[in-house]
Write a protein of this length. Structure first.
Length: 169
């Protein structure tokens, strides 16, 4: 893998894309970016606000623009929002990039890691577990489709997961 290529992490909410992405960036001396963070910086508002005011569609439009811009920058480690794969044009860009890693975990782990979260609008429902199951069902095949490697993160430290990704790329 040459230094100018991007390493991109996809997968569901709560799987640890940002934490693991930062570790990979450190290890490979790449810059780390996160699509959610970039959206918030550009918009000057947080994700719950964007969902409130612009709806999910507005958020997805911003997300697609950010992905297109960031993927064009060389040598990044990029953590993406869990819904990035819902748009065909995003999947196309991810596939073209290569070096996409699908991080996954058991439903129990994902529920545990997102339990106290108030910043993910899609999980502010009565039964977040069912929502997580529903999202994985709808999106799992897309993560598989765009990624060249898949790593299960249960019972592994972020460092172990990062090392395992680096050995596969
Ligand atoms: C979303 C995941 C979130 C964020 C937004 C929507 C999703 O990112 O983009 O709340 O649709 O799965 P994380 O996967 O980083 O939590």
């Amino acid at each position: 893998m040459d230094d100018s290529s991007n390493i991109i992490l996809v997968g569901p909410m709560g799987v640890g894309k940002s934490t693991i992405g930062r570790l990979i960036a450190q290890a490979t001396r790449r810059q780390f970016k996160d699509t959610d963070q970039e959206i918030e910086e550009r918009c000057g508002a947080d994700i719950p606000w964007i969902f409130d005011i612009e709806g999910e569609e507005g958020f997805r439009n911003r997300e697609a623009t950010v992905l297109r811009d960031l993927i064009a920058e060389p040598g990044l480690v990029l953590a993406t929002g869990g819904g990035i794969v819902t748009r065909p044009e995003n999947r196309e860009l991810l596939l073209k990039n290569g070096n996409v890693v699908y991080l996954t975990a058991s439903i129990d782990q994902l529920v545990k890691r997102t339990r106290k979260d108030r910043k993910r609008p899609l999980l502010q429902v009565d039964d977040p577990r069912s929502k997580i199951v529903e999202l994985i069902k709808a999106r799992g095949h897309w993560y598989e489709e765009v990624a060249q490697a898949k790593v299960i993160t249960d019972h592994k430290s972020p460092k172990t997961v990062a090392d395992s990704i680096l050995s596969q790329l």
